[in-house]
Design a binder for this molecule. Sequence first.
Ligand SMILES: *Cc1c(COP(=O)(O)O)cnc(C)c1O
Length: 403
Amino acid sequence: MSEKLAIDGGVPVFWERPLESYLKSWPIPYPETEQKLLEIYRSGKWSMCGKYEQLLGPAFAKYQGSRYSVWMANGTVTLECALLALGIGPGDEVIVPGITWLATAEAPLYVGATPVIVDVDPDTMCIDPKRIEEAITPRTKAIIPVHIYSSLADMPEIVKIADRHGLVVIEDCAHAHGCKQKGKGVGSFGKVGSFSFQLSKLMTAGEGGCCTTDDEELCDRIHRLSHIGSSRQHPGTTPDPSLMCHQYRFTEFQAAILYDQLAHQKEVFEKRKANGALLAELIRDVPGIQMQKSAYDDDERGYYFMTLLLKLDELHEGVDRKKIHDALAAEGFASFYGWGAPLYKSVIWNIPKEKYILRDTPNCEEIMYKRVLVKMHSVLLSDRECIEKSAEAIRKVMTAYAG
Ligand SMILES: *Cc1c(COP(=O)(O)O)cnc(C)c1O
């Protein structure tokens, strides 16, 4: 006999204490950062690669297992500069997944290239290597895999395909700060890694972005492209005439905030990871639902969203995502549908059809319209009791509606 669901008049799982009361504020404020921000404010050195940008650059690159990093205004222009630095432009095709933020596909458009949108894996939501291979043409130049909602794409497989066809890989790591696959930091598998520090991300300065790379020459080109032609390594020299450079600088205020977050990153990352693993363990045998998987079971993943995927074939007749969402909400476990749509059906995607190529993407549609339920990562910064109650709510609803 299953318990009476709250939506049918039963007692909600989060009855005594609402889930929101367990949540910590995000982003987390640190007292030492307040000191640094005041110091910078009084110094007047607010930009132009000051002390904290110089400290942050090598520290973050090392954290991700890369040699260099170049800092910019956001994680969209980082993708644009990576493509430009790699010589990608008009006439070239860039393969991207159908579930991602707009930036992944708009960056190729900004440089005049054509994004080719392919399907994702039904368990990881990341680009499916088989679909990459099918989409390659003589015009293909690059692949941009995305570690979506912090589940990691299958990088060894993607790099193998890229090498076989002479393509470059740019990793969109906007959700994957601190994540590792096979012991190697994300952003270090491809030619360039791209990170975002926008407000919702796992490390944030309100806005911000960086490219990571092991290639000194590429690092220099990316720096010139984002700093109106000037070079860190060769100050006072002229950029290659083929580079159309931009002004995409980052500020000292952002650098100081991220420098302190990086120092706390280990504890914050470990907490999310431990709570994510606990929830996964607690709902492992619950019917009709699974946690979003990462390409490999031993991936060191974060959780941009704490993402659940319904197993549609296990749901009872007449039960769909909305019914489950509403029943969970009645238990006090409110969730949402991620970004609500695949990239190319987002309400803010206004790109004319002739400017991109859309391959068959049934998994993107099924996931975004029927299967995904997410919570923001802050739920994983709560305590054990909150995670146990969340698992209890999920178990209660799914036991009634599936299996
Ligand atoms: C957030 C995000 C970006 C870039 O974001 P900005 O807001 O420009 O910093 C790129 N790719 C993905 C997948 C993202 O979620």
